[in-house]
Write a protein that binds this ligand. Structure first.
Ligand code: FAD
Length: 337
């Protein structure tokens, strides 16, 4: 049976995989990466496929789906192999009485994927809690221990790993706190859900429950029965501008090291694309999530080409309305819009 990226990604689109390797331990992963160095066969490394859209032509080379799932908690640190299911790591660390990852509950994908995208939610990003990581350098054939300052975290969702092809994350260590209370909750909806003031704290397991509830209400927890979750989460990145045009004067603004960050969801909705938009558009296989305007979703039977065409339509509409061009937050391989 031919395996396709529709089988391996949460957007459930994309063509055939040339050759699939699924290392279940870190030594197996490193061995496969070493073997690949001398080969002309192009290599694509992936974890849970929750931030990846691959074109309908697929990938003719080797795909390494990292499935090394072990993790270990020592003192106030948790070290997870790159293929560990992220939410299992979060849940286990909380069970051990460690606070720090609770706001990142329910995010799909692998532990190794978190530094690639500097994954974040509800005011916490990976960079805040990352202690160190092991990286395999495909150029030098070396395994190196990196501190977070080498990762190139800066502006929203950036890192040196994104589309590098050179460095593969092999394991990740997080520095947590043995604490009965979370850090202060600055995110209004989360504070409301916890019934506390903004700036207050709560038991980390309560924060996890509230985060999961909020995420479910937004279609942001994977559920095979729920097409609003057949997505990559946020499809478009929040734009960071040095100058906000007058057309977007009413848009909320947030500080970013590179300028002013605007919420792409607001721009999309105010450009005339409400939640659920697109059911009558095209052939009905793709639409915005009915619970979150930033998620492009597969309503069943979509192709990568359908997704790209729809994303271009939304991007162009936002640009025509505000003069602001949205780009993808997810990784696009052999497809573009
Ligand atoms: C419903 C839903 C909700 C989401 N919510 C959020 C959210 O709240 N916040 C957020 O930040 N993201 C969110 N995402 C996006 C996604 O879950 C994260 O980006 C996640 O960390 C991706 O991990 P993954 O293992 O699935 O990566 P994949 O999709 O498999 O890969 C993504 C990219 O990372 C690279 N990569 C993967 N593993 C490695 C590795 N070990 N070494 C080097 N490169 C690697 C791949 O080559 C690819 O370029 C959401 C996605 C979905 C579907």
């Amino acid at each position: 049976m031919t395996i396709t990226f529709a089988d391996l990604t949460t957007m459930r689109v994309g063509g055939p995989v040339g050759r699939l390797r699924v290392p279940e331990t870190t030594p197996q992963l490193v061995e496969i990466l070493r073997e690949s160095r001398g080969s002309d066969d192009p290599l694509l490394v992936m974890g849970g496929g929750s931030n990846l859209v691959v074109g309908d032509i697929g990938w003719h080379g080797t795909v390494v789906k990292v499935a090394s799932s072990e993790f270990d908690i020592q003192g106030d640190q948790v070290t997870a192999a790159a293929g560990a299911v992220w939410d299992d790591v979060v849940s286990a660390s909380l069970d051990e009485g460690l606070a720090g990852l609770e706001a990142l509950s329910g995010i799909p994908g692998s532990a190794g994927g978190t530094p690639v995208q500097n994954v974040g939610a509800f005011g916490t990003v990976t960079a805040d809690v990352l202690e160190s990581l092991t990286v395999y350098d495909r150029q030098t054939d070396c395994l190196e221990r990196w501190s977070p300052d080498r990762c190139g975290f800066g502006s929203h969702r950036q890192s040196v790993f994104k589309r590098s092809g050179r460095w593969v994350v092999v394991d990740v260590t997080f520095r947590l706190r043995r604490a009965s209370q979370s850090r202060s909750i600055e995110y209004v909806d989360l504070a409301k859900k916890l019934d506390i003031e903004v700036g207050g704290t709560a038991p980390p397991s309560d924060v996890r429950d509230a985060v999961l509830e909020l995420r479910r209400s937004r279609g942001m927890v994977l559920d095979p029965e729920d097409h609003d979750t057949w997505s990559v989460g946020s499809f478009f990145v929040n734009p960071v501008l040095t100058h906000v045009p007058d057309s977007a004067a009413g848009c909320p603004r947030y500080f970013d090291v590179k300028g002013t960050k605007l919420p792409a969801a607001w721009l999309i909705e105010h450009a005339g694309f409400p939640r659920g938009y697109g059911r009558e558009w095209g052939n009905g296989t793709v639409a915005l999530s009915s619970r979150h305007a930033l998620a492009v979703t597969n309503r069943g039977g979509a192709t990568a080409a359908d997704v790209m065409k729809f994303a271009a339509h939304v991007r162009d509409g936002v640009e025509a309305h505000f003069g602001i061009r949205l780009g993808p937050e997810c990784d696009l391989v052999n497809c573009s819009f």
